[in-house]
Structures are given as structure tokens and as C-alpha cells.
Design a protein around this ligand. Sequence first.
Ligand SMILES: CCNc1nc2cc3[nH]c(NC)nc3cc2c(=O)[nH]1
Length: 375
Amino acid sequence: MPHPFQVTARCTTTRARTGRLSLVHGTVETPVFMPVGTLGTVKSLTPEDLTAAGAQIILGNTYHLYLRPGCDVIDRFSGLHRFMNWDGPILTDSGGFQVFSLARLTRITEAGASFQSHIDGSRHLLTPEKSIEIQISLDSDVIMCLDQCIAYPAERAAALAALEITTQWAGRCRKTWREQSGEKNALFGIVQGGMYDDLRRMSAEALTAMDFSGYALGGLSVGEPNQMMYDVAEAALPLLPGDRPKYIMGVGTPEDLVELTARGADMFDCVMPTRNARNGQLFTRRGTLNIANSRHRTDTAPVDSECACYTCRNYSRAYLRHLYQSRELLAYRLNTLHNLHYYLDLTARMRSAIAEGRFEAFRKRFYADREPGGA
Ligand SMILES: CCNc1nc2cc3[nH]c(NC)nc3cc2c(=O)[nH]1
């Protein structure tokens, strides 16, 4: 199919833009934040919760689903959508990052990544072909190439070696995608190259020549200083085709979403809103707050008086603190509903600001609202 992305509005003073990504299971307005649904669930939320919070597209992890429940189970539902009862678009990662961050005794060769399952120690070989086949069987709307993400800091030689394997694997991924999916779903290439601008350029040019539906910047949010992430993105994003979606993996804080949208990014995913919710850290326009803090013990106010989410419309900080201190299950659900709503509302407000030509004013107000000591 022709590539699925249209730019719909452009900021005149930054590289921010809005776009529309037309996928098999629906259309996604960008910039977009994708809630992470690692094991076929965005932890503690139902698909109805996700839709009510404004989620357009969610992320599934190939490595995890392949190991548990296994592709044979999901095949009985013709893919992940029916298995988890989410009928909107799904982006699946290729397993590359989890193999490096979770699996044991991982060995990388040109053939692929061989590893031991972190669940039962069984040995597996994840090849580019296998990764694409698994993602096709999941009926993924956006398939990601298998890549090699390196840790930070990395020597230039290591960054170059990982980038060369990533490029070689990208060609094999594209071939399998063309042969086995008939290009029905989108396939994104992943730019590597560590923190080296010349290697990032080399990677971006090699992947652009292969013509992918969209492009991701990998190898970021891996422990590097925030400013370095912004600088690498600032230099690498314009090297990618302007008429294709640009996705920065594993990012980030609310500030990161604003700053990287300003630098031309369209898509984001991060475990922060959901994981931090389970650890009691809540996001608001004034900054973050920790609900366990005793200052909330008798506070009858909601987390954020300007927030329209279910949690803020129905519960007080005092009640949420009580639930969290008591380790009540409802604490995780109400905190997650709030944080996810905050992230999805932030991207919705950015889309409106860009479309109405007032992104810079939005950005200034975003920082002006934040209190030095947090919410
Ligand atoms: C599609 C899987 N490949 C792939 N996932 C990633 C996920 C990340 N998540 C973070 N920070 C939380 N950095 C990432 C980098 C990559 C990366 O370089 N590659």
C-alpha cells in the first residue's frame, strides 16, 4: 500500500507538525503517545478504559508474547486484537530491546540474537525473519525491524558494528515483510548509531534508501543525559523523509514529549505513566507528586483540579493516598487512569496547538505552569 502517513499541519517556528497515520485497524492522529501493553494488557486497564482515556494505538512486546503465552495461543484468535479485545491499531516492537535488556546469555551474530528465556531458561534464536513472522502473526498494524540497540556510553567502533548489523537485518526484515505480509501493515526501520551524528547519518541514509513506511530513532533513552538525547534527535530527525512518521522509542517524560515534538518527532512510547502510577508518582500540569507523601493525608482536593479524568472527577488525594498506603489494587488502577489520561491529553493539546498555529505559546505555558517543587 502507498505509505500510510500525511502531514496535516506544520508549526512555522519549530519542526513540530501534526499528521495522520492510516493503519489497518484505524487512523492515528500525531503527535501520538502509545501506552505500553507489554503482555497484551496495559496493566490494570480494560480496552474501554484505554479508549475513554483517549488512547489511539497501543504497543505490544514481541519478545514477551512469543515467550508467554506463545504464538500458538494468539494464532487461535488470528492475532493480538481479538486475543486482548482491543480493536484499535497496535504497534509491536521486534523483540530486539527486550532480548538485550531481559534475556540471559544473549549472543548476537549476523544470523540473529540467540538468548535464554528469562522465564524458564529455554534457548531461542530470534532472527530478522522470525521477528517479522511473529509480528505478522500478531496482526500488528505497525511492525518494527529487528535491530541492535547498544547501551550508553558506547565506543564508536561498537556503535558502528551495531549499526551495520541493524542495517543488514533491516534489509532482511523488509524482504520478509514484502513476501509474507503483502505490505498490508506498516514496517518501520530503526536508526541506530549511538551518540555519533555521523553514524546516525549513515544509518538514516541506508534505511531511507530501503523506503520504509516510517522510521524510529533507536538507541535513545538508554541512560544518556537528556540534553544529549535532544541533540541527537535534533540532528537525526531532519535526515529522515519528512513525509514519513518519525518515532522515538522509549520516550519519555512530559518535557521530552514537548521538546521532541518541537524537533519533529511524531510518535512516542514509554512505560513512565503506567509504571510510575504503580509507584505512586502522579503527573500534573504543575509537575509530579508522590501520593504517598504525608502532605496528602487529609487533602480533599483531586490530584489535579484541571484534570477531567475519571480519577480526578471522583476521588481525593487523601483517598488515593489511603489506597496506595494500603497497597489496595484500586490504587494502581486509579493512578494509572490518571497518568495515562495526562499523557494522552498532553499530546491531544499539542496536536490542537500545532493545528492552530500556537505551538510556541503552548510550550511557554507548559513550562510556566510547572512549579519548582512539583505539584
Ligand atoms: C523495536 C525494538 N527495538 C528497539 N527498541 C527500543 C526500546 C527502547 N526503550 C528505551 N528506553 C526506555 N530505549 C529504547 C531503544 C530501543 C531500540 O533502540 N530498539
